[in-house]
Each structure stands twice: as C-alpha cells, then as structure tokens.
Design a protein around this ligand. Structure first.
Ligand code: ATP
Ligand code: MG
Length: 430
C-alpha cells in the first residue's frame, strides 16, 4: 500500500470548527483596521532572498537559520518564503513609488515561514496580522499603532493586566547604539568565561542580541550590562517621551523593559511587545517598533516608518487559555429534502432565503441515497440550526413547507406557503 501523504512538519491544517475561530478573529481584525483607517496590502509569499538578507540583517536568527530559501529550478533565481512581511511591504511601496504623495497606513493578514523547532505557539508556517505606518516620523503614530493592539485585545475580550501587558523600550539612533555597543562589548569581554557559544559568536557581530538571550546561566551578566537608554541623546529621549505621553494620556499602562531589543536589525527608537504569561516561553503575541532606515536601506527614498506583527496562532491559543469562547455560527435553517421529487421546490425556497441573507444548510444526496427522514432530522439537530424546513410530499402538494423549531420544542409547527420565502426571511432577520 502507498503511504498516505502528510503535511510538512510544523505546518498545520486549519479545519472546521477551528477555522471558524480564525474567521471570527480575522473579522475583528478587519473591523479594527477600518476604525483606524489602515488599508489592506497583499504582497507575494515568495520574495527574492536578497530582500530579507538586506532587510533583516545577516546576523539575525531568521537569516542565519530560519529561512526557507531555495533556487527556482526554472531560472536559478534565489527565492525565500517570507519569514516576515515588513520587508515585503517596504519593497512594494518602493517599487510602486507609493509614498510619493505622503504617508500610508497599511495592514496585512497572512502566512509566514520560519524553520524553527515546532512546539506550542511556534510553527514553521504561522500567520501574522501586521500593521505598518510608512512616512510618519512622530511619536503620535507609534502610540496609535500600540493603541490598535489595546483596542483589538478589548474587542477579543482579553483583559490588560490579566491576559496581556505592554513592554516598551527605545533603541535610540545608530550613533547612540554604537556608543552603547562599545560599552556592551567591554562589559561582556570582562565576563567572557560566562558567555555561551551563541553569545561569544555575537560578541562582535551583534552584541545587542546577547541581551535577548533566554539562557538562564547568562541572566546575571545580562542584568548587569550597561543600558542603552543611558546612552540616548536629547532627541531620542524626547521621541520616547512623546510616545509615553500619548499612552499616558489615554491611560494605557506599560512597563519599560530596557532589555527589549527585538530580533531584527532594522529597528530604531520605539520598540514594543505585547506579552502574556499564559503561553509559557512563547510569551510575545505582538511585537513591533520603528524602522526609520529600512526603506532607504532597501533602495527606496528614505522615509520613517513604524509597525508591528502579531502571531495569530498565539492569540488564538491565548483566547483559549483565557476561557474566551468564540460564538458559534450555525446555519439558521436546515432544509430536510426527502428525495429528488422535492428538490426543485426546496431549492427555489432556499435560494430566496439565501438571497435575503439567511444561512441555509440544505440536505444533499449522499453516495448511496438521500438518507432517511430520521437521519436528516439528526443532521438538522447536529447542525445547530434554529429551524428545520421539511419539504415533504404532502406539504408540497398543498403548496407549503413545514417549519419546525429545533430550539424550542414547545413552539408549534407552522406551515409556510411556498411563495412566502421572502417574507419569512425578513421575519427571521428582524
Ligand atoms: P520569538 O521571540 O517568540 O521567536 P520573534 O521575535 O521571532 O518571536 P517577530 O519576528 O517579532 O517574532 O514576529 C512577530 C510575532 O509573530 C511574534 O511576536 C509572535 O507572536 C509571532 N511568531 C514569530 N515566530 C513564530 C512562530 N514560529 N510560530 C508562531 N508565531 C510566531
Ligand atoms: Mg523567533
């Protein structure tokens, strides 16, 4: 026998009823984006490998070991399945000169790919919602993006302080980071015997990333390391102050985390993370920051920008952990169709209901037969529908359809004239 084929490790099928939770979540996201006037952008899932190497920086987890890169066998192009989508959005904006007439506020929803060790909350194909504001320099838009996170948590039923919390930091500008970097290298060199292999490798290439290490043995020397915030000049501090003032103005609590440095090279000034303690090590559910140099670095006309990415699997897991149920969306009506003789009349009635906006699940012929009335009623019950419509022979002969409530056993059965589908639909939708 041939082995059945399986999905790629770390890449999940999202099937009903789980997919309904995704749709509900996506619906909340799209409604949020409308309220904040962010427009949808859809870029390719495959990009030239060079985009990520140039955009993310060579000494990053993603570029060093997480990218799905391959050669296009047709023409030898070096391609990569996108591990994140900020670089792709920036490429698209540049390619289409989109910032010519001013800033743009954009969002996307879609799959990302990283070759990581699969575990709860960490997958090889995962999905992100992302929001990017390009062409804006001020701290007001940083705060706006952070507040969109808060608004979404509220829409989903998550509670700040209990389920999610905001961490904030400023990475300053390149010159300030260079001063800090020198001090960091000096500090870590003085404790070289206590660095792990990753840290030793990064000591000269990307010492800031050592601060992000999760190795418990290194925590004491990381705690004692010089803090970037102490190297920031007046302008960077003023920008950071602006973000904080805006958050304070609307009562959003945050913790300043001087060790929050983010995994990617392109960030400057504001960085933030929405974290949860309900998901173990996969604590970051939404992460973002300012990337004022990236657009120029990718060959565009330099422009400031800021954005975030949110892990959808992690948010959905968090909802589960927090006991937040997604309201089920059963059909309103299940149409019981005894056999082919009733099919045409049933279809006409149901199409009228559907055209009016009623959700109708019609019984369909199986492989062997139409199914007994008993089976059909069992399916009708299981569907969660409010009403069963029975297109029985006797009813049809009278020009009617029988309507039974599946939720209220005491409600009397009604006979609806076959021409009354539209009126009954308005009654249902009222
Ligand atoms: P982590 O530290 O957990 O690896 P990260 O810093 O690599 O996260 P980002 O690149 O900032 O993550 O991506 C933004 C968000 O995408 C994360 O906060 C997280 O919610 C989600 N995410 C990142 N990698 C994965 C993954 N492999 N599986 C599921 N979600 C992920
Ligand atoms: Mg990661």
């Amino acid at each position: 026998m041939t082995e059945p084929l399986r999905a790629v490790k770390g890449m999940n099928d999202i099937l009903p009823p789980e997919s309904a939770r995704w749709e509900w979540f996506e619906h909340k996201v799209r409604a949020l984006m409308r309220r904040y006037a962010y427009a949808n952008v859809r870029t390719p899932i495959v990009e030239p490998t060079a985009l990520f190497v140039r955009g993310l920086g060579e000494v990053t987890d993603i570029v060093e070991r997480e990218m799905y890169s391959f050669e296009d066998a047709m023409n030898g192009d070096r391609l990569t399945l996108r591990p994140e989508n900020t670089a792709g959005v920036v490429r698209a904006m540049t390619e289409h000169s989109f910032l010519r007439d001013g800033g743009k506020r954009l969002y996307y929803i879609g799959p990302m790919f990283r070759h990581e060790r699969p575990q709860k909350g960490r997958y090889r194909q995962f999905h992100q919602v992302g929001a990017e504001a390009l062409g804006y320099a001020g701290p007001d838009v940083d705060a706006e993006l952070i507040l969109m996170g808060r608004a979404l948590w509220r829409d989903l039923g998550l509670v700040e302080g209990r389920d999610v919390a905001l961490e904030l930091n400023s990475l300053g500008q390149a010159a300030e980071r260079a001063l800090h970097r020198t001090a960091l290298i000096t500090h870590f060199q003085a404790h070289a015997d206590r660095l792990d292999e990753d840290a030793r490798r990064r000591l000269h290439s990307n010492p800031l990333r050592i601060l992000d290490s999760k190795n418990p043995a290194m925590q004491p020397i990381i705690e004692a390391a010089p803090k970037l915030i102490d190297f920031l000049g007046a302008e960077s501090l003023a920008h950071f102050g602006g973000v904080r003032a805006a958050l304070d103005a609307v009562g959003l609590a945050y913790r300043i985390n001087p060790r929050l440095v983010r995994g990617l090279d392109y960030y400057n000034l504001t960085v933030f993370e929405w974290v949860t303690d309900r998901l173990g090590a996969q604590s970051a559910i939404c992460a973002g920051g300012r990337y004022d140099t990236l657009i120029g670095q990718l060959g565009g006309k330099p422009a400031p920008a800021v954005g975030w990415g949110m892990g959808m699997e992690r948010v959905l897991l968090l909802l589960q952990e927090a006991g937040i149920e997604v309201p089920p969306q059963p059909p309103s009506v299940y149409a019981v169709v005894p056999g082919p003789a009733a099919a045409a009349a049933a279809l006409r009635f149901c199409e009228t209901l559907r055209a009016a906006g009623v959700s109708v699940l019609m019984h369909a012929a199986g492989e062997a037969s139409w199914g007994s009335m008993k089976t059909q009623f069992r399916r009708a019950d299981a569907s969660g529908a409010r009403y069963a419509l029975v297109f029985g022979e006797d009813e049809l002969a009278r020009g009617e359809v029988a309507c039974k409530s599946l939720r209220d056993p005491s409600a009397p059965q009604r006979a609806l004239p076959l021409e009354s589908a539209a009126e009954w639909a308005s009654e249902l939708l009222a």
